[in-house]
Design a protein around this ligand. Structure first.
Ligand code: FPP
Length: 249
């Protein structure tokens, strides 16, 4: 893997990914769903490596949503086991490749053993200056905004900020991805075209790329296609195309 290079304006700075289709990939092969999740870990590795290679500084992967707790207990427990296993196996390699690994989501719902591994991986890779990789586990966009709101209300209650001074920056500063640039490209595999309670606040202006490829089949070529799609979009932020042409944005 390479160090993230300075990105040109046609490259996304932050890619977020909803990795969907593991179950169907397994079913198509008459395998248990867990086999699809295992195959999904290989796509995770390929995606991390290729994102770094393309010089994109931030990558955020949706590995387990707040709603995924509703899945059969056996699937949830196997997925949690897979996260622990992947952490054990991959962290040293990520560290060697200068990747900074962080987790977002509701840790209070995770097993203590997984939280310990998460904290140790974060501490181990904290000083790295290459790809900044966020993995969302037990994450929901509404949960994130609710927690941020609670923190802001506490600050208002203790007098450290006035209610009238609460603006978008104050709220954004309390979200899980505080301080990071918003994702400018969202990729969702597996054919569905929805955001599914992923980074609801942060995806406000993201370009949305949906593909039918099931996550375990997602690879370098598909990632390049998504990046190419992004490069072709004209990003308006509420301006007209003419205004942007005048500004040469
Ligand atoms: C969605 O596919 C996928 C998940 C809920 C789990 C994602 C987990 C991984 C890719 C594996 C490990 C990740 C890391 C970061 C080590 P689905 O099961 O909903 O598929 P379906 O829609 O075909 O049923």
């Amino acid at each position: 893997m390479q160090e993230p290079a300075a990105t040109d304006s046609n490259l996304p700075v932050h890619i977020a990914v909803i990795m969907d289709g593991n179950g169907r990939w397994a079913r198509n092969r008459a395998k248990p769903r867990h086999a699809g999740h295992r195959a999904g870990v290989k796509s995770v590795r390929r995606t991390i490596e290729h994102t770094a290679r393309r010089g994109i500084p931030y990558l955020t992967l949706f590995a387990f949503s707040s709603e995924n707790w509703r899945r059969p207990a056996d699937e949830v427990s196997k997925l949690m086991g897979l996260f622990v296993e992947a952490l054990q196996r991959e962290v040293d390699e990520l560290h060697r490749n200068n990747v900074r690994l962080e987790f977002v989501g509701d840790r209070s719902r995770l097993a203590a053993s997984l939280v310990r591994k998460i904290e140790s991986a974060e501490a181990h890779t904290h000083g790295n200056t290459g790809l900044h990789l966020n993995v969302a586990i037990a994450y929901g966009g509404r949960w994130d905004i609710t927690e941020a709101t609670r923190r802001v209300l506490r600050r208002v209650a203790d007098g450290s900020i006035a209610a009238d001074d609460v603006d978008e920056d104050v709220i954004a500063g309390e979200l899980q991805l505080a301080g990071l640039p918003d994702p400018d490209l969202l990729i969702r595999t597996g054919g569905e075209q929805r955001i599914s309670n992923f980074l609801l606040w942060n995806l406000a202006y993201a370009e949305l790329y949906f593909c039918d490829t099931l996550w375990p089949d997602f690879g370098e070529q598909e990632l390049d296609k998504a990046i190419e799609f992004f490069a072709c979009r004209q990003r308006r932020y509420g301006h007209t195309g003419e205004q942007l042409e005048a500004l040469e944005c």
